[in-house]
Write a protein that binds this ligand. Sequence first.
Ligand code: 5GP
Length: 215
Amino acid sequence: MRLSENNAKLFVISAPSGCGKGTVLGEVFKNRDVFFSVSCTTRKPRSGEVNGVHYHFIDNIQFEKMAAEGKFLEHAGFVDHYYGTPKLPVTENLAAGRDVVLEIETNGAFQVKKAMPEAVLLFILPPSVKEIDRRLHKRGTEEEEVISKRVSEAAGEIAKAVDYDYVIMNDRLEDAVEDFITVMNGVKSGDGSAERFRSDNSDTKKLIEEVLNNA
Ligand code: 5GP
């Protein structure tokens, strides 16, 4: 599948749950005209989540039907539930020249890269796995059992950051927002300013190692 001939970009963002990515993305995209893809999921809404806004909350049968009909750009299982990106809104917005943002886990991100190699994959690192555990407990939206599944999933996800195009750290919110904007603008303009955040750069590799060793 080819992206449009215009300069619209597909940004695929991953971060372990509890990494604060929602807050970072909210700040980064506050005044930008981008299309935020709304995923389908089979998990139940958390309090405050609105159907059609945060997710399309559907059941297993509906999900499997959409998958069989090829309506997902990617889909994956994550901690006992399915998640998937509806394909049409993504391709339509790109064709119309609008940047598109997907906020998905790592297996889905690699599926997107395979289908659309021009997609830009960005990983947001937490300072440590311990910090994820702390933030999930503080958030208090999940049962203890789900928190521990999400925390053990986190280390595996962080190890995959090396296969993303760009990696930034969310230690301080202001820094994460600034770094994220640097990457986006660098990617859009092609002026090389995003290069220091590339995953194959030695500083970035060291950063990923440090986070994993901080586990
Ligand atoms: P949560 O249940 O915390 O909203 O999301 C759990 C994980 O699923 C997060 O890592 C989130 O980024 C990911 N996710 C959300 N939507 C999608 C999707 O459409 N596809 C995939 N592969 N992952 C998703």
